[in-house]
Design a protein around this ligand. Sequence first.
Ligand SMILES: Cc1ncc(COP(=O)(O)O)c(C=O)c1O
Length: 375
Amino acid sequence: MSVNESARPGIVPNPHISALPIYNAGMNIRLARQLSGHDDIAALASNENPNGCSPKVMEAMASSAFNPSRYSDPACTELRNALSRLLDLPPGQIVVGNGSEEMVAAISRAFLVQGSSALTVTPSFGLHEIEPLAAGARVTKVPMTSDMGFDIPALEAALATGPALFFLPSPSNPVGAALTRGELDRLVAATRPQTLFVLDEAYFEYMEEGQADGMALVRSGNFPSIVLRTFSKAYGLAGLRVGYATCSNPEIARIVAAAKPPFNVNAAAQVAAVAALADQQWMKQSVERTKTERARLARGLDELGVFTASSQTNFLFFRTTLPSEHAAKALLADGIIVKPWREAGYENWVRVTIGTPKQNDRVLASLNHILNGAS
Ligand SMILES: Cc1ncc(COP(=O)(O)O)c(C=O)c1O
């Protein structure tokens, strides 16, 4: 909305906010039912966990540990202590957010001012661009390579310009690629002292062994960095909104915490996350099921002649012969929600979350019909 279109003359919005691009959110299930006429919707646009969450989470939320009448703990003490034990990192270096997306916003607010520069990749997780823009920064986006890997030489060159913030998702959303240790080392070496390196590991648990682990970098404490992780994916708590920032020193953590609202993580979410974290066995089994299905869905797409980027996440990113919006619309007619990519250069790419075996079969059958005319 321009200033002239604002509700009342004289009200001037923050121009960085009013000019923001819209976040490309997955379609709501109720709307998908209405539009498709299908009751049984396969919601595969938002990388949620099709296995739900640990039963221990529901037990904890029904117990006296959850008290809706009291304000939640602004410091998330119990959760930070539990994370500290699991990650071998002092609690003073951990900040919990209302989803890791809130940490992306807090970091942008904390370390960017009008005219700062921020660096990320394209195709990208929308908020790695939107939140720096909201803070008034300029955003440079380095494209992934044509075979959908990180373009390390181009990122090294961009890092040499000394951006204030570098948001890098590894594994990448939407592509699925994960940095190797050697690639991370090269990026760290190319980072200038004025740059805060933020590695977003929302899909960390789905990664294969031997890839770069940003937590080792944070733990070492000698490189200014933040690693973001979330309970929304492998732990299945997307609806409760819990994610966290691990910081390479307590001062960075203090500044990130200062940029968030005090009672940002609600009481239900705190209780649920502590219970989810304690049930590592459930999480690991769920991840294994997803990985098995990821390999099967990737094979199925390959057999349909669809080019799919190699993925270390709970989703696949594939290129269709149709504009992505058309492909998404055709899939929706079969009751399947996917995310059509809209960024320039990627308008033929679609991201699909790994669902249950039955949902993945539906995706393959529907795509076979849409792309190859199979009945
Ligand atoms: C790379 C990445 N970072 C952060 C998030 C935000 O996750 P949440 O706010 O649910 O923790 C997502 C969600 O899809 C993501 O893909």
